[in-house]
Design a protein around this ligand. Structure first.
Ligand code: AHR
Length: 503
């Protein structure tokens, strides 16, 4: 089987916002406690942060981390997480039916972000609270001093403001599971008022309004339209969330969900345009895809705690999906979609980063390791920065519930800042290798400088604490550049990255 891809130096989609490779950490399960924070761990630093996790996160070069939720934020009092740690209150977290010790709050999280070299993206609580808490939190975080909240921050040990630019106006407010769930009208008004107040403090903030929790919500896509009609002039992004599941154990259909993702982005982008036109607005609103990942492996196991039968445990092992090889392909497809839609998707956050539906897993007192999905995220984040190429793909395809013709070969291409080309390729074919020829029109003659391959005879193979390298990339040696063409063979069900240095 063969596929042909054409790239042309002059045909580009957009500059990719680095923040499309962002991540998310919520006070949920063992994401914070035993994830990033474990004072008794042998690798813990003076602040109790796990050094082994820091190393794995640093390698990913994560540009931004969303915090502190998620559903958690909708009943969170950020003030509980400041001041002397031993005097902070233990609270019940209604979202995940757990107890929250508040040992980690904004100061600890901010310091950790500095350690791993990432920016904060903070969410305000528009579930149980509103404009008032948002303006106070903002003042605490961003005002230099000389006011009640900023002086309290200084007293609590942080002199300089953190100057956080990105702020989420609540989380998934369309979801009936959300504390303080609202109709689109109610939420739209509250979000607009909150945004106005926050902008009175600083007009240069980047504000994110909640879109639907997913594309299957009954209120989707009217939710987006109504919310944007209220907020269009006051926000910069609308959030999208989507989780992917292979519930029927049908891998071709699972991988076909990439087309559903594309349609979702397309629809919300069209809604943004509709509202822009209706409001005769000159400004643009973009998409912030601030929760995405595969999520279903842990669903059954989580039921007991989520139903309330497990009491109110502190940091239980919730949402601990153990990812397999086929999830590598799905994550590769998702990231390819974001690169191809970099004209509208400016920020995205893998949900989440550690232990909770995450590329990094830890054992209490034990090792931290990279799950299978760590690798496609790593390759895209590290080598997928620059400008997205507008590739023309001619590949045989197959029918899925979401598209008549999903190409077996899914590919994205990036011109990196130094002129190097990075291509990320997924072969969705069950059993056939696909010889792929990629024309490099307008680029000087070049050579392959890196070729990474992920393939595995067992789609369900996983990495564990004991066997951390069961699913890992290997160096490929079959990719060549000759006569202005990159040739590479894609084994069935495989993920690859090929990097070409052009002279
Ligand atoms: O990431 C896990 C949860 O998924 C988040 O808390 C919520 O926003 C979404 O439903």
């Amino acid at each position: 089987m063969k596929a042909y891809v054409t790239s042309n130096k002059d045909y580009t989609i957009s500059r990719i916002d680095d923040r499309v490779y962002g991540a998310f950490l919520e006070h949920l399960g063992r994401a914070i406690y035993e994830g990033i924070y474990e004072p008794d761990h042998p690798t813990a630093d003076k602040d109790g942060m796990r050094g082994d996790v820091v190393e794995l996160v640093k390698k990913l070069n994560v540009p931004v981390v969303r915090y502190p939720g998620g559903n958690f934020v909708s009943a969170y009092n950020w003030e509980d997480g400041i001041g002397p740690a031993d005097q902070r209150p233990v609270r019940l977290d209604l979202a995940w039916h757990t107890s929250e010790s508040n040992k980690v709050g904004i100061h600890e999280f901010a310091d950790w972000c500095t350690t791993v070299g990432t920016e904060m993206m903070l969410a305000v609580n528009l579930g149980s609270r509103g404009v008032d808490e948002a303006r106070n939190f903002l003042e605490y975080v961003n005002h230099p001093g000389g006011s009640y909240w900023s002086d309290l921050r200084v007293k609590n040990g942080r002199k300089e403001p953190w100057n956080v630019k990105l702020w989420c106006l609540g989380n998934e407010m369309d979801g009936p599971w959300q504390v303080g769930h609202k109709t689109a009208d109610e939420y739209g008004k509250l979000a607009a008022n909150t945004a106005r107040a926050m902008r009175m403090f600083d007009g240069s903030l980047e504000l994110i309004v909640c879109g639907s929790s997913n594309a299957d919500m009954p209120s989707y896509p009217d939710w987006e339209r109504i919310v944007l009609e209220h907020t269009y002039d006051h926000v910069d992004y609308i959030s999208l969330h989507m989780y992917f599941a292979n519930r029927d154990d049908n891998t071709p259909n699972f991988l076909g969900l990439a087309e559903k993702l594309d349609t979702y982005i397309e629809t919300v982008a069209a809604t943004i345009k509709q509202v822009k036109a209706k409001r005769k607005s000159k400004r643009d609103v973009y998409i912030c895809f601030d929760e995405w990942n595969v999520w279903y492996h842990s669903n059954k196991k989580d039921r007991e705690i989520l139903d309330g039968n497990g009491g109110w445990p502190h940091a239980p092992g919730l949402l601990e999906d153990i990812y397999n090889f086929e999830d590598v392909l799905m994550v590769g497809l998702i990231l390819n979609t974001f690169i191809r839609r970099s004209d509208v998707v400016k920020i995205a956050c893998i949900a989440q980063l550690v232990n909770v539906i995450a590329p990094i897993m830890t054992e209490k007192g034990g090792p931290a390791w990279a799950q299978t999905i760590y690798y496609p995220y790593y390759f895209a984040s590290v080598f997928g920065r620059g400008t997205a190429l507008d590739l023309k793909v001619n590949s045989p395809g197959y029918e899925t519930p979401h598209a008549k013709d999903s190409p077996f070969v899914d590919v994205s291409g990036v011109v990196n800042e130094d002129g190097t080309l990075s291509f990320f390729l997924v072969n969705r074919h069950t059993s056939e290798s696909i010889e792929t020829e990629l024309e490099l029109q307008g680029f000087a003659a070049g050579s392959v400088i890196d070729h990474q391959v992920m393939t595995h005879p067992d789609l369900k193979a996983v990495n564990t604490a004991k066997d951390q390298q069961q699913v890992a990339p290997t160096k490929g040696d079959g990719a060549t550049v000759a006569n202005g063409k990159l040739s590479v063979t894609l084994p069935p069900y495989s993920y690859q990255m090929v990097r070409v240095k052009v002279a």
